[in-house]
Design a protein around this ligand. Structure first.
Ligand SMILES: Cc1cc2nc3c(=O)[nH]c(=O)nc-3n(C[C@H](O)[C@H](O)[C@H](O)COP(=O)(O)OP(=O)(O)OC[C@H]3O[C@@H](n4cnc5c(N)ncnc54)[C@H](O)[C@@H]3O)c2cc1C
Length: 384
């Protein structure tokens, strides 16, 4: 039986970044088991938005640390990092939102982020393609941007393959995990591995089932998220119309629009490839066309629906609920937070603590009592 210091279940952005960070620390031997191929889950289906303008201390810090790490890994590998800096406007439509956003600007600045409130008049000058008529303003950060998810998957796979202490097993389904003595036996379709520690990084479709293998309830659910691209739109910064649950970013050619339906139910099918909801897309058309008239009447070049993860408060899970069993989940923000989540999980595994993040925004235990807070800047995820 092959023996490892750690088995990571899932080679998505979270599992791979954890393996990378542990290798950099000189941690022992790590196996990463992936049922399909590295990045095949939510990671390569994502829109890749990297927003540092989070709605809580954890969200802000994870965004800042992740941006830095994406860029750093590109330089380390001598390849494109996949990160494109565009600047990002998070739009406020109501007085209530404006007040909350002003508080968040203060919090973000305290965390060291360059973030400003831009009122509608100023916004009109900075980003004239948006219709500011019904907006009160926006928060703005100039060095937010996006990553190309396929480049992220490529870079993370190369990083894992180059690390002598990491073995990446693709087409390796984890079917069971048993505690035997002081270690874990991880049964897979490519043999059984013994490890002192196991990390559940199974993402929207796997995290809950993997937790259940050792009797741990992991409240990670999946729901449908829609993305379309328009090939003929000129370049512009990114924006998020929070109330409408719609965001737009530039593509290499054109624009990408993402949207989630707040009335969507949690999807329990186990599928990553879901039907695109054209009815909802058309229902929302007047909403996004009114904010961003440049998209009106544009032809669509690509469309897809993917399975996005969420937690009850949209915040992550970085925890060790059982001796040697760790859980890492992104709350639906695994592209903007993935690198930092990997860094923090590596810290927990190697040092036994997570520093510089409030415990009640990352622990599993928080879900057993009324939630203290949530990430205020998130897509409208299902409430059931
Ligand atoms: C359409 C869409 C757009 C998105 N846009 C953004 C965005 O703009 N910005 C952002 O921050 N986030 C975005 N997200 C969310 C983001 O993609 C996820 O939060 C992130 O990819 C989660 O990473 P992960 O590693 O936890 O999960 P995954 O990438 O799903 O990786 C988990 C892996 O575990 C594997 N696995 C599961 N069970 C087993 C098992 N039993 N054995 C072996 N392997 C197993 C899966 O095959 C999978 O590859 C988007 C998601 C979608 C679907």
């Amino acid at each position: 039986m092959a023996t490892y210091d750690l088995v990571i279940v899932g080679a998505g952005n979270l599992g791979l970044w954890t393996a990378h960070e542990l290798a950099k620390r000189g941690f022992g031997r790590v196996a990463v088991c992936e049922q399909n191929w590295a990045g095949s889950g939510a990671t390569t289906r994502s829109a890749g938005v990297v927003r540092q303008q989070g709605g809580s201390e954890t969200a802000i810090k994870l965004g800042m640390w992740s941006r830095e790490r994406y860029i750093g890994l590109g330089a380390e590998l001598g390849l494109d990092s996949g990160f494109v800096e565009t600047g990002y406007y998070v739009l406020a439509e109501t007085e209530e939102e404006k007040a909350a956003f002003l508080d968040l600007v203060r919090l973000r600045r305290e965390c060291g982020l360059q973030n400003a409130w831009v009122d509608a008049g100023e916004g009109r000058k900075m980003f004239p393609q948006l219709d500011w008529e019904n907006l009160l303003g926006a928060t703005y950060t100039p060095d937010d941007g996006y990553v190309h998810p396929p480049i992220v998957a490529r870079n993370m796979t190369i990083a894992a393959a180059r690390a002598p202490s990491v073995d990446l097993f693709e087409r390796c389904v984890v079917e069971g995990i048993e505690r035997v003595g002081g270690a874990y036996c991880v049964r897979t379709t490519r043999g059984t591995f013994e490890a002192e520690r196991v990390l559940d990084a199974g993402g929207p479709r796997g995290a809950r089932a993997i937790g259940a293998m050792v009797g741990v309830d992991v409240p990670v659910m999946a729901s449908r998220h829609l993305v379309v691209t328009f090939p003929d739109v000129a370049l512009f910064p990114m924006f998020f119309a929070l109330q409408k649950g719609v965001y737009v970013r530039p593509e290499e050619q054109g624009a990408l629009l993402g949207l989630s339906n707040p009335y969507e139910k949690a999807d329990t099918t186990g599928r990553y490839q879901l039907d695109f909801d054209w009815d909802y897309f058309e229902e929302m058309r007047p909403a996004w066309e009114s904010v961003f008239p440049a998209l009106a009447g544009q032809r669509v070049s690509r469309s897809w629906a993917g399975s996005i993860d969420y937690t009850p408060d949209h915040l992550p899970i970085i925890d060790q609920p059982q001796a040697g069993f760790y859980v890492l989940a992104a709350g639906g923000h695994g592209m903007m937070w993935g690198p930092a989540l990997g860094m923090k999980m590596a810290e927990l595994i190697a040092d036994g603590v997570v520093r510089d993040l409030p415990g009640d925004e990352i622990s599993l235990e928080r879900f057993s009592r009324p939630l203290a807070r949530h990430d205020a800047i998130a897509l409208p995820f299902p409430t059931s």
